[in-house]
Design a protein around this ligand. Structure first.
Ligand SMILES: [Fe+2]
Length: 295
């Protein structure tokens, strides 16, 4: 029995059917899903009904599963407004303000020197209204830029200063977090290590552009995020409990949409896979595809 893959919407969002990802899978099925993931960027599995353990096992088919640094369990982070017992979290805690940044366009773990490759998110509880997730296809957004504009952008480096980006949602880093995540740089137009295709790699976590003053850097970042999140590049998914979505952080941005956090639970669980290496060296972009080919 082989999987079925159907593209939904515009450019990069597909549904995978005819597979039960809660159960062990043969190598052929795993490879078919991995290929679909490379082809499409975002994959939806309806009615998957994983738990934390089966989500971690499924994630491990795609790479090394990352430890989640702010989670209740080791590899699958609870990112909702309720704890594991379903009790509402205190909205005034440091963790709550940290998580609020998920409502701004971003790519997961962009503040890591080696950012996460794939994210896996499953819906455990969803509000009656709101709480959808949106993804923006930053590869299509790059492809839509005129070649002279691409030439201007392709060697630029974005600065990721977690202290500055989290300040936007009222979160202040502890001294320990500042040391763990110092400001780092990633290319503005990253080359995908598996496909060799470029995608814009900007979002709310990018706080400046190397070589540009603060105002010029902020203006360029805002322009590129606005370009990438135009309607033709965006897919919105309203979740049903039991679904799992995989997305590729190297080629899309995402954000969660608001809901009534005071009275409705939104419980989502996320796991991630490690990226293949740093994106830059000595302040210059690395061709990640060439590196992967040479390895
Ligand atoms: Fe995220």
């Amino acid at each position: 029995m082989s999987i079925e893959v159907e593209r939904l919407g515009k450019t990069f969002f597909a549904e995978v059917r005819n597979v039960d990802i809660a159960k062990p899978m043969d190598a052929e099925t795993v490879e078919a899903i991995r290929q679909a993931q490379r082809d499409h960027g975002v994959l939806l599995f309806r009615g998957a009904h994983l738990d934390d353990v089966s989500q971690e096992n499924f994630t491990a088919h795609f790479g090394t599963v990352e430890l989640n640094l702010r989670s209740d369990v080791d590899h699958v982070a609870a990112l909702g407004n309720v704890d594991l017992e379903g009790n509402f979290r205190d909205p005034n805690t440091a963790q709550a303000s940290f998580l609020r940044a998920n409502q701004q366009w971003h790519s997961d773990s962009q503040f890591f020197k080696v950012p996460s490759a794939l994210s896996f998110l499953r819906a455990v509880a969803m509000p009656k209204e709101g709480g959808a997730t949106q993804w923006a296809d930053t590869r299509a957004a790059w492809d839509a830029l005129p070649p002279p504009r691409q030439a201007d952008l392709q060697d630029l480096m974005g600065i990721n200063d977690l202290q500055k980006s989290r300040a936007k949602t009222g979160h202040t880093l502890t001294e320990e977090d500042r040391k763990r995540w110092p400001p780092i740089e990633h290319p503005v137009a990253r080359i995908h290590d598996e496909t060799g295709k470029r995608a814009l790699y900007v979002g709310s976590q990018v706080t400046g552009i190397s070589g540009l003053d603060d105002a010029a850097g902020a203006a360029l970042i805002n322009e590129l995020v606005a370009h990438s999140t135009q309607e033709q590049f965006v897919h919105t998914h309203q979740w049903t409990v039991g679904e799992l979505v995989i997305w590729d952080n190297r080629r899309c941005l995402h954000r969660g949409l608001a809901w009534d956090e005071q009275s409705e639970a939104r419980d989502v669980r996320r796991s991630t896979t490690e990226g293949s290496g740093p994106t830059s060296e000595g302040g210059l972009p690395i061709d990640e595809y060439a590196r992967a080919q040479a390895a």
